[in-house]
Ligand binder design. Structure first.
Ligand SMILES: [Zn+2]
Length: 322
């Protein structure tokens, strides 16, 4: 890694371990604090002025660390914003719209929570059982998703994710998730309010000087959508922020998933049309001058696990989700 250029860092769940979501993969809040100590000892945390200067001058701040938090979790209100405030640090928070409109979790988070609460083997069996009844298994998709999980051991968890993310028809997948969520958690709207920061909490985060950016409406792979659907996802993400009183002077965006094949040239054009000031991927490398010169629409970001203290902790002794 080049010590002289800026590094942007992505965080998702930042929380203490809790029994209720025993198997949820998260960054422990104490490790998060230790990682901030590590950054503060060797780098400069980038604040809003430094970030805006960087984009205006096409020069990423040397030894700069830009902190970003995806998905609008309650964690960011409960544990992150106050910790950053104490350190006078700044960050960008990227929030998807649909949980606030539908009272349902994003599919990706439903899958995380279902896997977090019980045996992966019985979850897999239950999904297969419902899929069988609904005849939702698309046999032409039997090998789908193989490459995404090529490097991983074929555990029940991987099988659950392959089924839900690749092999089931989307409508059937959503029906299955609807049913599993009701059985497991009851009132999903209530769970939404516990799982994501509420609108008031997001306004509080913004009022404390942090920046809120768009993260699409429903967190789908944009490259898989028609241009009209992509436009609705992008503009809808910004409309949501405006209607919630969260619109910022800077229009920032984080791609759902964010790997290079999850967006395309249409996405880039639509983001430009929507007045996007900078957009963030999850390509793990330093931010170079060229990234800004080329419109700042493909700003790379490291995962927090690339740095000291950023790894997920092992489960408490005796816990096993298999
Ligand atoms: Zn996301």
């Amino acid at each position: 890694m080049n010590e002289l250029s800026m590094k942007s860092v992505t965080y998702h769940y930042v929380r203490p371990w809790e029994q209720r979501f025993a198997f949820l993969r998260h960054l422990n809040v104490d490790d998060f604090k230790a990682q901030l100590d590590f950054f503060e000892s060797g780098y400069d945390l980038v604040d809003q002025r430094a970030f805006e200067n960087a984009l205006q001058s096409n020069t990423p701040p040397e030894r700069g660390i830009l902190l970003t938090f995806d998905d609008g979790f309650k964690d960011h209100f409960l544990y992150v914003a106050s910790e950053l405030e104490q350190r006078s640090a700044w960050a960008l928070f990227f929030v998807p719209a649909s949980p606030y409109r539908t009272g349902k979790l994003l599919a990706v988070h439903r899958i995380h929570l279902l896997l977090a609460t019980g045996s992966h083997g019985s979850l897999l069996a239950r999904i297969r059982e419902i899929a069988d009844v609904e005849q939702g298994l698309d046999v032409s998709q039997e090998d789908a998703g193989q490459s995404a999980y090529r490097q991983t051991e074929q555990t029940d968890e991987v099988k659950v994710k392959r089924l839900l993310n690749y092999q089931l028809q989307p409508q059937v997948r959503d029906n299955i998730l609807d049913r599993l969520m009701v059985t497991q958690f009851g009132d999903e709207a209530q769970l939404c309010r516990e799982f994501y920061a509420t609108l008031d909490e997001l306004r509080d985060i913004a009022a404390r000087g942090f920046s809120i950016g768009a993260h699409s409406v429903s967190h789908r792979v944009l490259a898989a959508l028609t241009p009209d659907e992509q436009r609705a996802e992008i503009e809808g993400g910004y409309d949501f922020l405006r209607e919630a009183g969260l619109a910022q002077s800077l229009r920032t965006f984080a791609y759902p998933y964010g790997l290079p094949d999850t967006y395309d040239n249409t996405t880039l054009e639509l983001l430009k049309d929507a007045g996007t000031h900078s957009a963030f991927t999850v390509e793990q490398r330093d931010t170079e001058t060229d990234d800004i010169l080329e419109g700042a629409l493909e700003m790379p970001r490291f995962d927090c696990n690339s740095f000291a203290h950023g790894k997920v902790r092992s489960l408490p002794a005796g816990l096993d989700p298999s």
